[in-house]
Design a protein around this ligand. Structure first.
Ligand code: GN1
Ligand code: MG
Length: 369
């Protein structure tokens, strides 16, 4: 992994910086893009090389982000908030564009670094997780009147689990890395759950679930928390904001945050589903977004957690079988380890489904939803 920016001088020139940064630090939160924090003493900026194998329409993607951030910025200002800390601010390059394409064709962008704030990788207390839920719930509510048809679909069928399953089956059939034999049990586990994959897509087709502007990558570490107040102040990583289901956002948060272990924990005994965390998130989410949700959007909340864990598991396993071509990995079996945690969570969630249903019903009753 590169810990420095090879084309630092070129970037500084392209963005009109006259001084060199006092430090450049790589941020390893994400699995897709390469991210660096550049500290200029008084100001700090984030520079990110977009992974254009994953995001094939980078210019449209940046237009999405600028559109969404400007839209949020106005709402934040109106309610007296601080837009520089509560939403992303894209730094244009000298050319005026919200990105810079390097001489060798790399796609770079820069944001104002949100200072005095941090990310959390693993939930340590329910209060933080509840706060993240409120942030994602508000994010979705604030974008309810965003012109969805102006958004480019940055990755088509991103959470379409039917098409994700088809991709997974193809990975197994092609077996490009020869690794399919190392994960037959995991593969069987996924294939046994084929009927789950079409539950939400069928409801969309029947018009029984509304498409909304959603974040689509609601991992806990895509929220920034204020260092002092501990409040969740800003939702980041807007690359996948597209029309989607509120259930994708809810389920993805749960599959990541309601696990008692990291996404790549090797010891599966440590990977359990926390009902306490589930309840905290569901409370935060329903209290912020609940009044805008339909009956079906609330009914399928527990199922969405299972589906998103299953989908993520098949994506990691598919990438392992394809030879690690999509997600960044730190070692050869990294994607296999990640897939195993997700599948372990699926079994856990299956056990807890009645408890999750009961918790949602209680929260709804408490909130009058
Ligand atoms: C990727 O970029 P990052 O790490 O926030 C992925 C998500 C997965 C996640 C799994 C564009 O998110 O869909 O859920 O890894 N993003 C993309 O950790 O594929
Ligand atoms: Mg991210």
């Amino acid at each position: 992994m590169d810990n420095s920016i090879k084309i630092l001088d070129e970037l500084l020139e392209a963005y009109g910086f006259e001084n060199k940064p006092v430090s450049v630090n790589r941020i390893t939160d994400g699995h897709i893009n390469s991210t660096f924090a550049l500290d200029f003493g008084e100001k700090k900026y984030l520079f990110q090389q977009l992974n254009t194998n994953v995001f094939r329409r980078p210019v449209e993607l940046m237009n999405n982000i600028v559109g969404i951030s400007d839209f949020l910025r106005k709402k934040i200002k109106k309610r007296g908030g601080d837009p520089d800390r509560e939403c992303l601010t894209v730094l244009p390059s000298k050319s005026g564009l919200p990105y810079y394409i390097s001489k060798s064709g790399e796609f770079w962008r820069s944001f104002i670094f949100i200072t005095g704030a941090h990310t959390i990788q693993t939930v340590e207390n329910p209060a933080d997780f509840r706060a993240a839920a409120v942030a994602f719930g508000n994010f979705q509510r604030q974008l309810a009147d965003y012109p969805a048809d102006s958004l480019a679909e940055t990755i088509p069928n991103f959470h379409n689990t039917v098409s994700r399953l088809a991709d997974f089956k193809k990975a197994v059939a092609d077996n490009l890395s020869g690794r399919a034999d190392n994960c037959e049990e995991e593969t069987r586990f996924i294939l046994q759950r084929e009927p789950d994959c079409s539950v939400l897509t069928d409801l969309i087709e029947k018009g029984e679930l509304p498409l909304r502007v959603t974040h689509n990558d609601t991992k806990l570490n895509n929220v920034m928390f204020d260092d002092i107040t501990g409040e969740a102040i800003c939702v980041v990583d807007l690359d996948t904001v597209m029309p989607g289901l509120s259930l994708y956002d809810f389920g993805d948060s749960i599959r990541y945050g309601a696990s008692t272990a990291a996404e790549d924990e090797k010891d599966l005994d440590k990977v359990r589903f926390s009902m306490e965390y589930f309840r905290a998130y569901a409370e935060g989410y329903l209290s912020s977004a609940g009044s805008a949700l339909t009956e079906n959007e609330m009914k399928y909340l527990p199922f969405s957690a299972k589906l998103m864990a299953l989908e993520c598991g098949m994506r990691f396993l598919g990438d392992y079988i394809n030879g690690d071509v999509y997600f960044g990995t730190g070692y050869p079996e990294h994607n296999l380890d990640r897939a195993r945690t997700q599948l372990k969570l699926v079994s856990e969630i299956e056990k807890y489904m009645p408890d999750m249903e009961k918790a949602v019903a209680e929260i709804r009753a408490g909130l009058g939803l």
